[in-house]
Design a protein around this ligand. Structure first.
Ligand SMILES: [Zn+2]
Ligand SMILES: [Zn+2]
Length: 150
C-alpha cells in the first residue's frame, strides 16, 4: 500500500455533533495493527454491540474541536470511557496513566470510513478474549489476547 492510501488527518465525533475531533496521524503510525476488538463485557454493554472496535493512537494525535458535552465514565479504576452526555455516543476508551487513547471507529465520519475504512477498521488483534461468548463473539480471525495486549 502506498503512502497515498493513508490519511494524514481524519475527523469524527458524536451523533449530535457537540463533540468533534480531528486526528493527525504520526508519520510512523502503524495503521495495519492499531485497530482491535475488545471482547470485555464493559465494552459490550457500553456500545450495545457484540463486537466493539477501536483504533489506538497517541492522545496527542487527537484534537477536540468541540467537547462541551464530553464526559468520562470509569467502570474500572484508571480506565476512562469518553462519551457525549447529550446523545450518548461512546467516543473513546483510554487509561489515565498511559499516553494512548482508543477511538471508537464507528464515530469516525462517514466520508472517512468510505475512503479509509478497511485501513482504519480491520481488526487483526482481539483483546480480552477471556470474555468471549462462545458461539456469539468467538468467530474472529487474528491474534487473540486473554486480556490487554500491553
Ligand atoms: Zn453528542
Ligand atoms: Zn473492553
Amino acid at each position: 500500500m502506498s503512502s497515498n492510501d493513508k490519511p494524514a488527518t481524519i475527523t469524527g465525533g458524536c451523533l449530535c455533533e457537540s463533540v468533534r475531533y480531528t486526528v493527525t496521524f504520526p508519520p510512523d503510525h502503524d495503521f495495519e495493527n492499531s485497530c482491535t476488538t475488545c471482547q470485555c463485557e464493559q465494552c459490550r454493554k457500553n456500545t450495545g454491540s457484540l463486537i466493539f472496535r477501536s483504533h489506538k493512537l497517541p492522545k496527542s494525535a487527537v484534537e477536540f474541536t468541540a467537547k462541551s458535552t464530553l464526559k468520562l465514565y470509569s467502570a474500572t479504576p484508571h480506565c476512562e470511557r469518553g462519551f457525549c452526555s447529550d446523545c450518548g455516543s461512546f467516543l473513546f476508551w483510554q487509561r489515565d496513566n498511559r499516553d494512548y487513547t482508543c477511538l471508537t471507529v464507528g464515530c469516525f465520519d462517514e466520508p472517512v470510513l468510505a475512503k479509509y475504512g478497511p485501513l482504519l477498521t480491520t481488526a487483526k488483534r482481539h483483546l480480552f478474549c477471556g470474555r468471549e461468548v462462545p458461539g456469539v463473539t468467538d468467530h474472529l480471525a487474528g491474534a487473540k489476547f486473554a486480556a490487554d495486549d500491553e
